[in-house]
Design a protein around this ligand. Structure first.
Ligand SMILES: Cc1ncc(COP(=O)(O)O)c(C=O)c1O
Length: 392
């Protein structure tokens, strides 16, 4: 189906933060397959673990049997999240679909017949019917109505809006927040806002659900954004960077959401298969042993400092290696220009350059991202300025 407006480049080989196309041209990757390739390309630990898995002959067995690597992966995920029940699936939308089901079941268990979930404007949660209904973008929803009901939408970073809903809607059972909105333009939740939200959740006995599919897994300098705010959510959907390129998702729960799902409430044929679980264990172990959390903070700062004061840049937002560079004009053309300059980036929300490099990027490579991107931004600003002046 014609669902993607693709660039014609095809990457056929990778090493570290570098990619090569079919013609042998080399690119510096500042996108990591949209926050997926945590360990970059050809990471020895991941490669060897996967080779061993393939050589064992067992890629899939099904959840009818014990899966030792799933148990290991669950232990790792429990340790880094601070939560203790995990459902493995295969993608971000599946993790979020599970989270939405947990919230509804939590509501029904408490006698709420029509449970509602508070969601945020500009959030992205996926493209299944339930997750696109939770998503705060008309572009994603248009043409797929009727939407799934049971979502109440408020602006991000607006505690008063939450208080209003709390006062008037007795059906609310959960708040679902993407603490740094990725697709929506790298919109960062203030930490006091997250804490305030958590407080309201405690008081109202709502679930706090933190969609860390894009921002989680070390990208912001801590394992998860909620750890910057200093509390534990009840539900944390994960995917993308969790297995460094092997498809996987996880819905992680604790607190009030513990024990909500019982046998028969949810399932997945592929979820938690030995291949993906091997990659989860290798990814988490490598992040830990190679100090990639601290690295994400340091390299992110190099890039932020390098781009913040350029002409035409309204703002650089984000944390660690999840950065959005907002320009005054729509700047989609920069993706092609960056490719020509040997750099892989993305533009989201029309005028935000999105940078999500592999966490193994070094400070020198971060400086090289700046070196390649800054001239493109400068030239873009020079071209855009007369048009802006004329428009006024
Ligand atoms: C925050 C967030 N949630 C959910 C999803 C959906 O993940 P997937 O594309 O794996 O279904 C995405 C994907 O971009 C995302 O960024």
């Amino acid at each position: 189906m014609n669902t993607y407006a693709r660039q014609s480049v095809a990457f056929v080989r990778g090493e570290g933060v570098w990619l090569w196309d079919e013609a042998g041209k080399k690119y510096l990757d500042a996108l990591a397959g949209i926050a997926v390739n945590t360990l970059g390309y050809g990471h020895p630990r991941l490669k060897n673990a996967l080779l061993e898995r393939v050589n064992s002959g067992v890629l899939h067995t099904s959840n009818l049997w014990r899966i030792p690597d799933q148990e290991k992966a669950a232990d790792r995920v429990a340790e880094i999240t601070g939560l203790d029940e995990i459902f493995f699936c295969n993608s971000g939308l599946e993790a979020n679909e599970a989270a939405i089901k947990v919230a509804r079941k939590y509501g029904h268990d408490r006698g709420v017949a029509e449970p509602a979930i508070i969601v945020m404007e500009k959030a992205f949660h996926g493209r299944s019917l339930a997750t696109l209904s939770a998503t705060g973008s008309r572009k994603v929803q248009a043409g797929f109505e009727p939407l799934v009901s049971g979502f109440v939408r408020v602006p991000l970073n607006d505690l008063e809006a939450i208080r209003q809903v709390a006062e008037h809607n007795k059906n609310v059972v959960a708040v679902f927040v993407e603490p740094i909105q990725g697709e929506g333009g790298i919109n960062v939740s203030r930490l006091e806002y997250l804490r305030g939200l958590k407080e309201i959740c405690e008081r109202k006995e709502w679930l706090f659900m933190s969609d860390e599919v894009q921002c989680g897994l070390g990208r912001t300098g801590k394992w998860f954004v909620y750890q910057h705010a200093g509390f534990l959510p009840d539900v944390v959907p994960l995917a993308k960077g969790l297995a460094s390129g092997v498809p996987v998702g996880a819905c992680v729960v604790g607190g009030r959401a513990r024990g909500v799902f019982k046998p028969g409430n949810h399932g997945s044929t592929f979820g938690g298969n030995p291949l993906a679980m091997t990659a989860v264990v290798a990814t988490i172990d490598a992040i830990k042993e190679e100090g990639l959390l601290g690295n994400a903070s340091r390299v992110g700062e190099v890039i932020r400092q390098g781009l913040a004061r350029l002409p035409g840049v309204s703002e650089v937002r984000g944390m660690g290696l999840m950065l959005g560079v907002e320009l005054a004009q729509p700047c989609g053309e920069l993706v092609r220009q960056a490719l020509d300059a040997g750099l892989v980036i993305n533009v989201t929300s029309e005028n935000v350059i999105r940078l999500l490099p592999p966490l193994v990027m070094t400070e020198a490579e971060g400086a090289l991202v700046v070196e390649r991107l800054a001239p493109l931004i400068r030239a873009f600003a020079e071209r855009a300025t007369p048009a802006t002046a004329a428009a006024r």
